[in-house]
Design a protein around this ligand. Structure first.
Ligand code: HEM
Length: 163
């Protein structure tokens, strides 16, 4: 990475960290369907939902369906880890370290740097899965997942719940 790229990398990373903190707070005080309490489903509920996944109609879940909840939690955990780990690492081909790297031992910084790179790949896989799920729900289940993500509103038919 060149100097300018790293600068931007840091600033955008701080922006992501701010968004993650906001989402974490919102998970406790925000509207019911997006609170962490609503995102936790039992393995049995997830298994049950998986059985109905192929059905060619909208899931009918008023908030996130059990699989969508898993996706939210995985993405949030991965993004949070990426942004937080970034604060403590340094670029081996570059002279500027992240602001908190000086508080950790060289060994830990090294380890976190490796995890930061590895998690970036995991994050890309999760984003790919997320986009694929949106396409699948849109084309196969005739359910638009992006509109509720943007507007916060979701229309659900009664008596269609697959949760
Ligand atoms: C969600 C936000 C972030 C993402 C997606 C991300 C992603 C990445 C990726 C893919 C690399 C590897 C680049 C390469 O090998 O050339 C990297 C490296 C790096 N990141 Fe981040 N990063 C994020 C946040 C941060 C933050 C907040 C900081 C520091 C304030 C940071 C500091 C660094 C540094 C110093 C490196 C270089 C480590 C190396 O030698 O590979 N990152 N980041």
């Amino acid at each position: 990475m060149t100097f300018a790229t790293v600068d931007w990398h840091f600033y955008l990373g701080y922006g992501v960290l701010g968004l993650v903190l906001f989402r974490l707070l919102w998970g406790f005080v925000g509207p019911a369907p997006i609170r962490f309490r609503s995102l936790l489903h039992s393995p049995a509920a997830i298994r049950q939902y998986l059985k109905t996944l192929g059905v060619r109609s909208p899931s009918g879940s008023p908030g996130h369906n059990p699989l969508g909840s898993l996706s939210v939690l995985a993405l949030l955990a991965s993004i949070a880890f990426q942004a937080v780990s970034g604060l403590f690492i340094e670029a081996d081909d570059y002279f500027e370290s992240a602001p908190l790297a000086k508080y950790l031992s060289a060994e830990m910084v090294n380890q976190l740097t490796g995890w930061h790179r590895l998690n970036a790949t995991i994050l890309l896989v999760l984003v790919g899965l997320h986009l694929s799920a949106i396409l699948f729900y849109w084309l196969w289940k005739k359910e638009n997942l992006t509109r509720p993500m943007i507007t916060g509103w979701k229309w659900v038919k009664e008596n269609k719940s697959a949760d």
